[in-house]
Design a protein around this ligand. Structure first.
Ligand code: CP
Length: 305
C-alpha cells in the first residue's frame, strides 16, 4: 500500500504487518536511545487543519524516533490566510519534495483528495466524520496486547456514533478481524445505515455485562448544529459511563476512549480507577503504531526485506 486513507479499503496484510511491527517498535521505545535510523533522509509533512493533541504529537514523535525530518504546516499562520487555495498550498509544499503527508481535515474525503494530487504517501489522521484509521489500529493493538486476540470479541461502541470517524474505522477493522461490533447511543446520533455495514444496535445496559471491550466516544458538540440530545445531563443519564454503569462491567472488560474525554459527560472520572481502563495505554501505544505505519509506507523496499 502507498497510502493509508481508510480501514474500509485497506489491505488486511498491510494492517497485519503494522500490528506486528508495532510490537517491535514498542520495544525500541523502551530502550535508552528510543531511536532508529530507518527513515533518515525522508521528510514527513504534517497538515493538521483541525485541532489535535494526541494524533499530531504522536505522529511527530513517531517520525522523529525513526529519524525522519518533520515539517509542520499551520493553516492559521500560512498564506491560506492571504487567500491561497488548499490545492495551491499542497502543490507548493510538495515542490519541496516531501515523502509523506499526514493530513487531518474537517472534510470527509480530504485525505483521498490529497492522495490524488501529490506524489507523497498520504496518511489520513482524521477526515471529518469519515475515518481515523490509525486510531482504529492503535485501539486494535491495545486490545491485542491485553486480550491476546482480535477475533471472537464483542466490541461495544457507545455514544455519538453519527459524528465519529473512530466508530467507522473501528467498525471496519473489527469486522475484518472477525469480532462482533455492537453500537449503542441516542437514536439521533446512531444512523440505522450502520446496521447494513455489520454493526448490531443494542440497549446499553443489556450489553455492558456481555462486552469484552467498551469504547466510549466523545459527544462532538462542535459538529452539532441542531439539537441532537435534550441536554448534557440527560445524555450522561442515558448514555454516560456513570459510576453505576462502571459496576455493570466485568472486571476483565477493557474500557477505552480515543480522547479527548468530556469527563462527567460521557464518562465519570471514577473510570480511571479500574485496572482495565486503558485510555492512556492507547495513547502510549499510538506512538509505536504510527512508527509502524510510517515505516511500512516510507521505508525503502530493501529495508522492508
Ligand atoms: N484521538 C484523537 O484523535 O485525539 P486528538 O484529536 O487529540 O488527536
Amino acid at each position: 500500500m502507498r497510502h493509508l486513507l481508510d480501514i474500509e479499503t485497506a489491505d488486511r496484510g498491510f494492517l497485519d504487518r503494522v500490528l506486528e511491527s508495532a510490537e517491535v517498535f514498542l520495544k525500541v521505545l523502551e530502550q535508552p536511545s528510543r531511536k532508529l535510523p530507518t527513515l533518515r533522509g525522508k521528510t514527513v509533512l504534517f497538515m493538521f487543519m483541525e485541532p489535535s493533541t494526541r494524533t499530531q504529537a504522536s505522529f511527530e514523535m513517531a517520525a522523529k524516533r525513526l529519524s525522519a525530518d518533520t515539517l509542520n504546516f499551520s493553516p492559521a499562520k500560512s498564506s491560506m490566510k492571504k487567500g491561497e487555495t488548499f490545492l495551491d498550498t499542497l502543490y507548493n509544499l510538495q515542490a519541496m519534495e516531501v515523502d509523506g503527508i499526514v493530513i487531518r481535515h474537517s472534510a470527509p474525503g480530504a485525505a483521498h483528495f490529497v492522495a490524488r494530487h501529490t506524489k507523497a504517501s498520504v496518511i489520513n489522521a482524521g477526515d471529518g466524520s469519515h475515518e481515523h484509521p490509525t486510531q482504529a489500529l492503535l485501539d486494535a493493538f491495545t486490545v491485542k496486547r491485553r486480550l491476546g486476540t482480535l477475533s471472537g470479541l464483542k466490541v461495544l461502541i457507545v455514544g455519538d456514533i453519527l459524528h465519529s470517524r473512530v466508530a467507522r474505522s473501528n467498525l471496519f477493522l473489527w469486522r475484518m478481524y472477525g469480532s462482533e461490533v455492537l453500537f449503542s447511543g441516542p437514536p439521533t446520533l446512531l444512523p440505522r445505515e450502520f446496521e447494513e455495514l455489520g454493526a448490531k444496535v443494542v440497549e446499553l445496559d443489556d450489553a455492558l455485562p456481555e462486552a469484552d471491550v467498551v469504547m466510549v466516544l466523545r459527544l462532538q458538540r462542535e459538529r452539532m448544529e441542531g439539537s441532537f440530545v435534550p441536554s448534557v445531563r440527560e445524555y450522561r443519564r442515558f448514555w454516560g459511563m456513570t459510576r453505576e454503569r462502571l459496576k455493570a462491567l466485568r472486571e476483565d472488560t477493557l474500557l477505552m476512549h480515543p480522547g479527548p474525554v468530556n469527563w462527567g459527560v460521557e464518562m465519570d472520572w471514577e473510570a480511571q480507577e479500574r485496572p482495565n481502563t486503558v485510555i492512556l495505554e492507547q495513547v502510549r501505544n499510538g506512538v509505536a503504531v504510527r512508527m509502524a505505519v510510517l515505516y511500512h509506507l516510507l521505508a525503502k523496499a530493501e529495508d522492508l526485506g
